[in-house]
Design a protein around this ligand. Structure first.
Ligand SMILES: Cc1cc2nc3c(=O)[nH]c(=O)nc-3n(C[C@H](O)[C@H](O)[C@H](O)COP(=O)(O)O)c2cc1C
Length: 309
């Protein structure tokens, strides 16, 4: 559309539109082979975040690990991944073909792991930014997520900050009393940006046996059910802090993208909706332009934070 400027910026990283993918919900290397052979070249998202990698490979939780609820998806994948070394050897060179900035998501079972992983990626030119997933169970906190503890969050961010000069994002968990305090801890530790939210703690029971459905017992809820929770988090964090916020949680329509940006997001990520329609993001861009035009908003920058008044 003439006169529309959908570009947005995360530090020095320019995104051609605000819609990126959420970690763990879109495997571009798989999708490229199965869905569309030229997906790497004609990638619908403006940035790509692969599934979180950890220092050592992880098997993840016992199955079943996915369950669909009335308005969202419960998962207890448990960060199953091949480990950062295999990721760097096998996946990173292939991801270089992607026509979008690459944001690598890392997590650690120990606080120090964040610095080690960030350091391993520091010199890789394929990597535009590093995202710290602080929802990983932490052995120093008896298995609680590091991201529930402001002090640990700050320290993990500091470790990563010292290890890399790349754009550093901390992905917040909503499973806390005061998400702004956690965001502040991340920024105090040197984060350039925060993303919000990861999944919301949840559980489902088998209607017949009345036992928990997921092998792990409980899991993380995503999809439309969590959109209001996520919108509030983005609103509060973006008002409280002076760093860009990547908003996510239940984004399914162009209207959702519009609202997350108005709540204060500089970019918006889509996760669960991609399972139903992996190419949805590309179509939402046109929808977003129309919704902005109808409201007389001509740029993504002019949309961010509109709700703040
Ligand atoms: C199956 C599944 C796997 C996920 N894996 C990760 C992951 O590895 N790292 C991460 O930071 N978030 C992970 N997430 C959380 C998403 O990135 C996102 O924060 C959350 O699902 C909310 O967005 P959505 O409602 O659009 O899915 C996962 C979500 C789902 C549903």
């Amino acid at each position: 559309m003439a006169g529309m400027d959908l570009t947005t910026r995360l530090g020095a990283i320019e995104l051609r539109h605000p819609i990126m993918n959420a970690s763990g919900t879109f495997d571009v290397l798989e999708a490229d082979a199965v869905l569309q052979p030229d997906l790497l070249a004609g990638f619908p998202f403006s940035a790509y975040v692969p599934k979180t990698v950890t220092l050592k490979p992880r098997e993840g939780n016992v199955p079943p690990r996915l369950y669909e609820t009335a308005a969202g998806l419960l998962n207890s994948i448990g960060l199953a991944n091949k480990g950062i070394e295999a990721f760097m050897e096998e996946d990173l060179p292939r991801l270089a073909a992607l026509k979008a900035p690459l944001i690598v998501s890392v997590a650690g079972e120990r606080t120090a792991d964040y610095g080690v992983c960030a350091g391993m990626l520091a010199d890789r030119s394929e990597v535009a930014a590093v995202e710290l997933n602080v929802s990983c169970p932490n052995v120093e906190l008896d298995g609680r997520a590091l991201g529930c503890d402001p002090d640990r969050t700050r320290r993990a961010t500091e470790e990563a900050r010292q290890a890399t000069s790349k754009f550093l994002i901390v992905k917040l968990t909503p499973n806390v009393t005061d998400i702004v305090a956690l965001a502040r801890a991340a920024v105090d530790g040197g984060a350039d940006c925060v993303s919000a939210i990861n999944t919301v703690h949840g559980m489902a029971l088998d209607p017949w046996t009345l036992r928990p459905v997921l092998g792990h017992g409980s899991g993380g809820l995503s999809g439309p059910a969590i959109k209001p929770v996520a919108l509030r988090a983005v609103y509060l964090v973006s008002r409280g802090l002076d760093v860009p916020v990547i908003g996510m949680g239940g984004v399914t329509t162009a209207q959702d993208v519009l609202e997350f940006m108005a709540a204060g997001a500089t970019a918006v990520a889509m996760g669960t909706a991609s399972f139903r329609d992996p190419l949805l993001a590309g179509r939402l861009v046109g929808g977003l332009e129309t919704l902005m035009k109808e409201r007389g908003i001509s740029s993504a920058a002019g949309l961010t934070g509109r709700s703040h008044g």
